[in-house]
Every structure is written in structure tokens, then in C-alpha cells.
Design a protein. Structure first.
Length: 221
């Protein structure tokens, strides 16, 4: 609506803003508009709203990189899901991410099953919920729910990964002390019996069914 970076207050269609953003009432629009004003993402006087430029915001937030993902109006109502998919896609494209699992205890040679520790993965497509939580400032359970919503919305896709230990499930007390905490253990069925496995980070992938992120580089003005 602000074609020249500014828009008259009496010409701002807040109902349309609410529709695009997926808000049920104008109260949410005013709440977020006030937030943008307090952050100085938007300036104002008695007549106009002034939309701050990307270059200005980049300078204020010390964000020198100019690469960004193209955001469509239909993505606004699912912004967190869009941002998660874009972040993971950019990590994959850069191939510079190294995941260090904080869930695994240091290996001790004298322990039973010590050779069955899950191998640490440094692949750029394996991203933990703990890291997603750090990116967004969420808890790990909230990050897990966001990841699931992003998958359901078509912004990303992932596969669960297990390290199958081949140890009967009844040995769980021994395993939890030497290999992994119980929260990282699960079971799988083989030949009618339950065996233990360690949950690994999910492997993310992007294919024909997922959102096509269009990354563009803005030129300096």
C-alpha cells in the first residue's frame, strides 16, 4: 500500500491488512502496528506512515548480507512457518552448518554398550529442535510443533531418523545410563520383539511438493 515507502493514514486499508495477515480483528493489526512503530520499522507523523527501508533496517541490526527469501501475501498468515523453511533451506544451500548433538553423553571406554553411541552428524540437512528453538527464542517443544506445522503447510519436509541399537527393550535401564537419556530413546519392532533405538535429528529435504523459496540478492542503493 505504501508504493513510495509512505502511505497516508487515512488511506491505509487496515481491513485489508487484517485479511492478508490472517487476523480476526483490527485489534491485532493495531497491536502489531504499535510494535512496528516502537521498533522504528515504521515512522509516522500526523498524516503519514513511513516504511523504513531494508537497507536502513539492515544497518541498524548489523545484517550485512543482502540475500532474502521472497515473501508472498499468502505467506504472511504463516510467517513463522515460512521463516523456518527459508532458514533451513538457506542452511542447506550454504552447506556450512555443523550440528553437534548436545544430547549424547561423552563416551567412556569402560562402559557396557559404549561402542553403540550414536555417531555425531555434521550434515547440513540434519537440524535439531534445540537449534530451531535458539533461532526463534522458543522452547524445544514449541520448536517441534512449529516444525510440524511448517511441514503440514508445505514449507518443508523431513524424515525421522533412528540409530537402531539391536538391544532388547528390557535393557533400557542399562542403556539410559551409558548411551543416552531416556528422552532420546525409543523402540522399534523387529521379528515380533521390541528393540531400542536412539532418536537422531530429523533429515530435512526439499522436493517438488515443498515450497519453492526464491532467494534474491538486493543490490546496494
Amino acid at each position: 500500500m505504501a508504493g513510495e515507502g509512505q502511505v497516508r493514514k487515512d488511506q491505509l486499508n487496515l481491513d485489508k491488512v487484517a485479511e492478508i495477515a490472517g487476523y480476526q480483528s483490527l485489534t491485532s493489526v493495531y497491536t502489531h502496528l504499535d510494535k512496528c512503530l516502537s521498533l522504528n520499522w515504521i515512522g509516522s507523523d500526523d498524516t503519514w506512515y513511513f516504511i523504513r527501508s531494508f537497507d536502513r533496517l539492515r544497518a541498524e541490526y548489523n545484517a550485512p548480507k543482502r540475500t532474502a527469501a521472497e515473501l508472498r501475501p499468502e505467506d504472511v498468515s504463516k510467517l513463522d512457518e515460512f521463516l523456518l523453511g527459508a532458514k533451513i533451506k538457506s542452511v542447506q544451500q550454504r552447506k556450512s552448518y555443523m550440528l553437534k548433538s548436545a544430547s549424547m553423553k561423552p563416551q567412556r571406554k569402560a562402559e557396557p554398550y559404549a561402542n553403540l553411541h550414536a555417531p555425531k552428524s555434521y550434515q547440513p540437512n540434519n537440524i535439531s529442535c534445540s537449534l530451531i528453538a535458539q533461532w526463534f527464542g522458543f522452547s524445544a517443544p514449541t520448536a517441534s510443533r512449529l516444525k510440524q506445522r511448517a511441514k503440514e503447510s508445505g514449507y518443508l519436509n523431513y524424515q525421522h531418523r533412528l540409530n537402531r541399537l539391536g538391544i532388547p527393550a528390557k535393557e533400557i535401564d542399562n542403556v539410559r545410563e551409558t548411551i543416552a537419556p531416556a528422552s532420546h530413546l525409543t523402540t522399534y519392532k523387529m521379528a515380533g520383539r521390541q528393540y531400542l533405538a536412539i532418536r537422531l535429528t530429523d533429515a530435512f529435504k526439499f522436493g517438488a511438493a515443498e515450497h519453492k523459496y526464491r532467494f534474491k540478492t538486493r543490490h546496494s542503493i
